[in-house]
Design a protein around this ligand. Structure first.
Ligand SMILES: [Zn+2]
Length: 768
């Protein structure tokens, strides 16, 4: 069953297996059958064990189902892929040197006539005698082409198995609804889950879809299923329609203008090394190509569909035209491409005709226009009165208005409407304020100057000119005042919400998880989602990083790199990467630059904690990069293994992967515009790995400077945590804390926090 497979893919992300059974039919005293015992053993090899309930439930399903789930887990854990790196037994360094590379380069330029003798490899490279110890390699040490692949992985060396629970159809439906209604933006994993579940479950009668971004996914699905009429109900404004059209065109749920998209693409193509003359030519050509891609072309069917949608928008022509005003330029091109003028002359499209008429004649007064007028007249009272009419837009321009008219006056006006805004938005304001008011501008490196002030919309902010008028203390006070808005609003909301509960339990891990406001990860976590900020303990003496890429792709040049950066006292940094395979505390398995056919290829780095300790290392930053031009390749998984027991490396072919020791693993989703990724930080003395995700654009890991990572860690630490929010709730509602989840009227666990709708409910506790 195709459905069962996708349901299980989703369930795994919630640390569960999906079985299509009735919960009440489970015999909790049943003896496990032989196939179930075998199935559980296969799970254990992959690092999982089953809960009591799931164990008994497994007796109720067909053996075919067990076989299907086993192969799904093998697929997710990548056990059928090639995990052989370039070097066999790579824990013992090959001792290859720059001289080896140089001599080989000369030999290949000059050839055997000049007396070079050695071995010619299948890639055509001559490896001179006395250079690389060829016996140690699975491929060409000179060009990084692998010749040998492996078809096995190690199993069962892990000591920390992950528990899987039972999910029935009812549970899956709950997950579906929770994703649909989530009022915080879905991260990449949740988006993929929702798309899969939309194939299985019908849309509820009157769906309350929390986020605009989620609406896009749903409309896409409905249009695919030829239910454009259904989709119409979800489109409330012309902007919704534009957002959908642009989503289909670019894959982005935000309406990013073409120019910004092209700039971002150009940034990913490394042409900075070219001289001015060449760079201008290449730049112009790339721009032309990208512009071509963004050209609007629609078939008749699409044109008619959109014409019908716009004709049915539940707004007056004036309101609709005003709604279109901020993206006027894009609309003009859309209207032409969709031949809306033509449709508006047909019978039944009178509303569309009216809308276009008002839009073209600019026969509407825009609210923004009135605000601009008031601003020009320097009329604070009028401006604030207008802003209060539109709380969402007030929030958007809050900081600039504070700089313009002084923070006391503006915040007083804003407080009047603050409770009308989703608390998520107030929270993101607080997070954005420090950045906007330039509090720690200097300590933040360029890649993280990209902020997402409002739900998902990534923006690079130009510092406001008025900032110069204020002293640092004044600016700090402004940021603090904005931060307090959220807290006081939440306290009011909690206090106003009656509850029957007397006691509360908060799992300690929740004090490390920042409340998500849309800056959640862009990678996909196929096995059990972890929230950013989660800390993984390291029990053994080794941490092994891995990178596997190229699955399902034909043999080609595709250079991805795994690397790490070790911060040493006082200000030194050691790097372990393709250009430096060994350094203090770290060993790399060799640089692969081409992939073999279909099965992918792997790189590893082994970190030795005793060696790092001895060297006084503080942090190790885990990174992966695309060296081939373009963004990171899809089908790339990256993560780390850790076990209390030693983990084997094959002398035969270097394979060092064992799914049971994988502590965390993520897949890079398609459409990710970033070029490199920091995917974890090891705090050496605490023996903890912090899961975080930070894109960076530099070609090598030098882009992930210690300062930048420390700034990010600090940012993570400064954010309001889920646990702190629950403390505010406990205080406002007079709840008593207890130490065990079982003893509490209200229990908040890590599993609870994985469910976006539940966390949202807390954020919206008073129903706004
Ligand atoms: Zn070669």
């Amino acid at each position: 069953m195709k459905n069962n497979k996708s349901l299980n893919q989703v369930a795994l992300r919630y640390r569960a297996l999906f079985l299509d059974i009735d919960r009440t039919s489970i015999d909790m005293k049943s003896e496990s059958t032989a196939p179930v015992i075998a199935f559980v053993a296969r799970l254990k090899e992959n690092g999982f064990f089953v809960s009591e309930e799931l164990l008994h439930a497994l007796n109720n399903v067909a053996t075919d189902t067990l076989v299907e789930i086993t192969s799904l887990i093998n697929e997710v854990m990548g056990v059928d892929l090639n995990w052989a790196p370039l070097v066999k037994g790579w824990q013992v360094p090959t001792g290859e040197s720059r001289a080896d590379h140089l001599v080989t380069l000369l030999a290949n330029i000059l050839g055997e006539e000049y007396g070079f003798r050695g071995t010619t490899l299948p890639c055509g490279h001559l490896i001179p005698e006395g250079t690389f110890p060829l016996k140690r390699y699975n491929g060409c040490p000179f060009c990084g082409t692998p010749f040998k692949t492996a078809n096995f992985v190690y199993k069962g060396q892990g000591n920390k198995l992950k528990e899987l629970r039972l999910f029935t159809m009812e549970d899956m439906k709950k997950v579906f609804e929770s994703l649909l209604m989530s009022d915080t933006p879905l991260d990449a994993t949740q988006r993929e889950s929702l798309a899969q579940l939309l194939q299985v479950f019908p849309l509820p009668e009157n769906p309350e879809i929390g986020m605009k971004e989620t609406v896009m996914l749903v409309i896409h699905q409905l249009v695919e299923q030829d239910q454009a009429e259904e989709a119409r109900k979800l489109l409330k404004t012309p902007t919704d329609v534009l957002r959908y059209l642009w989503y289909e065109k670019t894959g982005h749920v935000q309406i990013i203008e073409p120019k910004t998209l092209i700039d971002r693409y150009i940034k990913n193509e490394d042409i900075a090394y070219l001289d001015d003359f060449l760079r201008n030519i290449v730049d112009a050509n790339l721009r032309k190509r990208e512009k071509e891609k963004l050209k609007l072309k629609y078939d008749r069917k699409t044109c008619l569909r959109v014409a019908k949608w716009l004709n049915a928008i539940p707004m007056t022509a004036q309101q609709a035209a005003e709604n279109m005003n901020p993206k006027r330029g894009m609309w003009v091109r859309m209207i032409r491409a969709l031949r809306l003028g033509e449709y508006s002359r047909k019978k039944g499209f009178e509303r569309l005709a009216k809308l276009l008429d008002v839009f073209y004649k600019k026969n509407y007064s825009s609210w923004q226009g009135r605000v601009d007028q008031a601003l020009e007249a320097n009329d604070a009272d009028k401006t604030l009165a207008l802003l209060k009419e539109r709380p969402g837009l007030f929030a958007r321009s809050l900081f600039a208005t504070m700089l313009r008219f002084g923070s006391d006056k503006v915040l007083a006006a804003f407080s009047d409407i603050a409770d009308k805004l989703p608390s998520r938005l107030l929270l993101s304001l607080g997070n954005a304020a420090e950045f906007y008011f330039g509090i720690d501008l200097n300590s933040i490196a360029p890649p993280i100057r990209v902020v997402r002030p409002f739900a998902g919309a990534t923006k690079e902010i130009e510092p406001n000119k008025l900032l110069k008028l204020y002293s640092e203390d004044e600016r700090k006070a402004m940021a603090k005042a904005v931060n307090e808005l959220y807290q006081s609003s939440m306290k009011r909301r909690f206090a106003a919400t009656p509850t029957d509960a007397k006691t509360i339990y908060v799992e300690p891990a929740l004090y490390q998880i920042p409340i998500s406001v849309g800056d959640r990860s862009a990678t996909i976590q196929d096995t059990s989602c972890a929230l950013m900020g989660t800390r993984f303990p390291v029990e053994g003496d080794a941490v092994r990083l891995f990178l596997q890429w190229g699955k399902g792709l034909p043999a080609q040049h595709l250079d991805m790199d795994l690397s790490c950066r070790i911060s040493l006292p006082p200000n030194a940094v050691a790097e372990c990467a393709y250009y430096n395979l060994t350094c203090v505390g770290a060993k790399h398995s060799g640089d692969i630059r081409r992939i073999p056919d279909q099965v992918g290829t792997a790189e590893y780095i082994e970190l030795s904690l005793p060696e790092l300790d001895a060297a006084g290392a503080k942090y190790v930053i885990f990174t992966c990069n695309a060296y081939t031009n373009g963004a990171l390749s899809p089908n790339l998984v990256v993560g780390w293994m850790s076990s209390a027991y030693p983990m084997t490396v094959s002398d035969e072919n270097g394979v060092a992967y064992d799914p049971s020791t994988v502590q965390h693993m993520v897949r890079i989703s398609e459409g990710d515009l970033s070029k490199g990724l920091v995917f974890g930080v090891l705090d050496v003395s605490k023996r903890e790995i912090i899961w975080l995700e930070m894109p960076f654009t530099a070609q090598t890991l030098r882009g992930a400077s210690t300062t930048a990572v420390e700034a990010l860690l600090r940012k993570l630490e400064n954010k309001l945590k889920v646990g702190q929010l629950l403390d505010m709730k406990a205080e406002a509602q007079g709840l008593q804390r207890v130490d065990k989840a079982e003893d509490a009227d209200e229990a908040y666990t890590y599993e609870w926090a994985l469910n976006p709708a539940e966390v949202t409910k807390l954020l919206y506790s008073s129903g706004i």
